[in-house]
Design a protein around this ligand. Structure first.
Ligand code: GLY
Length: 351
């Protein structure tokens, strides 16, 4: 099982982990940003200082086959073996592509994820989903391949810009919704303007625990792990279209808007309580601005939903809630109802 360490002393925990694992050569994958801002935090570690360091371009648009090939080329040219270890230091883009590179190199080498963004810590780095974007489709190619260890330290979150903080926070809202009233209330009452980092640290620990519990029950997403897809069927369509239009939105913004649509559908189909819908919508509306799609885009958005890899037998697969903590997986919705939910979102966020 994947080990997730919520660290308070990153260098000490990293040294311990490296001391416990057996490997011949150590490699470190960073991107242009994490090389500059996060690598300095660990670079004095003796083993890290000697590791083969790779730097790829930052941004989800670079989570592609060329970047993947460049990682494999580096590993190969620097004589990585099947017993080598890769450390992925970065956000969700970096741990996704690094995890996939590790899973494919010589049929699989071990890796450690050190997420440097909130999104990476609460979602991407944990649970073993790895992959790249392909043919304009998000995470189209990939495998389930959990990192040996995930080392989470909130030291990196303080330097996140507000949009990237919110992008990660959207996944925490989702975890609250699929888990319990207690978690949900805690996430939607958090003051995102004046961030109390001690409070945030505890919320992150609780949020990661929600994901760990679900992934442990269903690592390969055959059943209950689909709970974690709440907000993502429509959210991924917003995200993909934003890239197509050349106006990329951060993953968590698209997910937050997707959550509004899918909670609306949850209300229509499963009686998700109106007061909880409105409280969640209020929080998202207050925090996640910038929605710019209009009805001319609906058909294109629906096309993206039809391509979603969560679908089975050609129907768009949704996760709905009948209440906070009560998950209804493997649901479908008529196209008209989906369009209604996007209308609802546009009314809510003011377009
Ligand atoms: N991001 C959802 C999952 O890991 O299942």
């Amino acid at each position: 099982m994947q080990k997730v360490i919520k660290s308070t002393d990153l260098n000490k925990d990293l040294s311990n982990i490296l001391g416990q694992l057996s490997f011949d050569k150590l490699f470190l994958l960073t991107d242009e940003n994490t090389e500059k801002f996060c690598y300095p935090v660990i670079k004095n570690n003796e083993r890290i200082a000697k590791a083969g360091k790779m730097v790829i371009k930052a941004g989800d648009g670079n989570k592609n086959i060329d970047a993947l090939a460049s990682i494999w080329t580096y590993l190969s040219e620097n004589e990585a073996t099947r017993h080598s270890l890769l450390i992925n230091l970065g956000g969700g883009m970096l741990t996704d592509i690094g995890g996939f590179a590790a899973a494919g190199f010589k049929r699989g080498i071990k890796c450690i994820n050190i997420p440097t963004t909130l999104l990476g810590a609460v979602d991407a780095a944990v649970g073993g989903k790895t992959g790249i974007n392909f043919n304009g489709l998000k995470n189209e190619i990939g495998v389930f391949a959990p990192a040996e260890t995930v080392l989470i330290d909130s030291v990196f979150f303080k330097s996140l810009d507000h949009s990237n903080f919110l992008s990660g926070y959207a996944e925490m809202i989702k975890h609250g919704l699929v888990d319990s009233d207690k978690e949900w209330k805690a996430t939607i009452s958090f003051d995102t303007e004046k961030i109390d980092y001690d409070k945030l640290k505890q919320l992150v620990v609780d949020s990661v625990a929600v994901k760990e519990r679900i992934v442990e029950l269903d690592p390969l997403e055959k059943g209950i792990r689909k709970a974690l897809n709440l907000g993502h069927t429509i959210g991924h369509a917003f995200e993909s279209l934003s890239y197509e239009l050349g106006k990329p939105v951060l993953h968590g913004y698209a997910v937050a808007w997707g959550i509004i649509c899918e909670l609306y559908l949850s209300h229509v189909f499963f009686g998700f309580p109106a007061d909880k819908l409105h409280k969640t919508v209020r929080f998202i509306k207050d925090n996640y601005d910038g929605f710019y799609f209009d009805c001319d885009h609906y058909d294109r958005l629906y096309e993206y939903m039809k391509h979603d890899k969560k679908n089975e037998s050609g129907t768009v697969n949704f996760t709905f809630l009948s209440d906070v903590g009560k998950v209804e997986i493997n649901q479908t919705a008529r196209k008209e109802a989906v369009f209604d939910s996007i209308d609802f979102l546009r009314e809510c966020v003011g377009l």
